[in-house]
Design a protein around this ligand. Structure first.
Ligand SMILES: Nc1ncnc2c1ncn2[C@@H]1O[C@H](COP(=O)(O)OP(=O)(O)OP(=O)(O)O)[C@@H](O)[C@H]1O
Length: 262
């Protein structure tokens, strides 16, 4: 394992995303929840970049700041200081309206709880972000995603008529159909059985390889993280390690070294 201080984070943190190779970056990102004696420093100066067309997993103990980092980088939460960069855009200086548009048009999301709208069909759920943005789905890409995700014959079904694995595959199609600059996945296999989870992870892996998609995934599971090209470790709101193409055992070791793996 390469461990390092946040100041020596791995992927061109000082160059920032304008180098054309970095899709998303945090630069000295600080997030403090609350104030006074009860203040919690969830992010304590995180500097890290996520390369284009790479699959990165973020891991670390409970409370280490994984979700906070992802939410700040996705414009779902505001940082206390520092910069959250998507391409050349600093999300920390944007107002709510512009931020909503950036999230809708440039970012794909996959959540543990699927977050599909129950009254819409699978296809309507998939195209909803595009519809809201006034854009048309690329029919070829939609058909390709439905095909590789095994959703043909399910597109007219509502979420209640689909299994958990199928619902998450609909969420994956929704995340990718707009060709976003990055897909953020928060514990995407947390509610799935191991077979459905493996399908979701293989799909994410292949979307990086075949579509050049950038994927950043938060997970507790070393087996899930082993699908990634890179694993960034957080501890106490700081970058505590960075693993290049680790296997499951190397990830488990690194977590154990952080004193967290049970
Ligand atoms: N809305 C909030 N208000 C106050 N404190 C918060 C809030 N959200 C998170 N925190 C605190 O910030 C710290 C980091 O939380 P975060 O959820 O980012 O960690 P995590 O690594 O994602 O944890 P887990 O693995 O348990 O999901 C924790 O101490 C948490 O209690």
């Amino acid at each position: 394992m390469r461990t390092q201080s946040p100041a020596a984070a791995p992927t061109t943190p000082t160059a920032g995303p304008d180098d054309g190779m970095t899709a998303v970056a945090a630069v000295d990102l600080v997030k403090v929840y609350g104030s006074g004696e009860t203040a919690v420093r969830a992010l304590d100066g995180v500097t890290v970049g996520f390369a284009r067309a790479q699959f990165t997993a973020i891991m670390g103990p409970s409370g280490s700041g994984k979700s906070t980092l992802m939410h700040c980088l996705a414009g779902l939460d505001t940082a206390t200081s520092g910069r959250a960069l998507l391409g050349g855009t600093d999300l920390t200086v944007l107002g709510d309206k512009v931020l909503t548009r950036v999230r809708r048009e440039r970012i794909g999301f996959v959540f543990q709880s699927f977050n599909l709208l129950p009254q819409l069909t699978a296809e309507q759920n998939i195209t909803l972000p595009l519809d809201l943005a006034g854009r048309r789905a690329e029919r070829g890409l939609l058909a390709h995603l439905a095909d590789v995700l095994g959703l043909h014959g399910r597109l007219t079904h509502r979420p209640s008529e689909l299994s958990g694995g199928q619902q998450q595959r609909v969420a994956l199609a929704r995340a990718l159909v707009s060709r976003p600059e990055v897909v953020f996945a928060d514990e995407p296999t947390g509610n799935l059985d191991s077979r459905s989870g493996a399908e979701v992870l293989s799909f994410l892996r292949n979307s990086v390889r075949e579509l050049g998609q950038t994927v950043v995934m938060v997970t507790h599971d070393p087996g899930a993280a082993a699908y990634a090209d890179r694993v960034v470790l957080l501890a106490d709101g700081r970058v505590a390690g960075d693993l290049d193409r680790p296997d499951r055992a190397a990830i488990a070791d690194a977590l154990q070294n952080l004193g967290t793996y049970r």
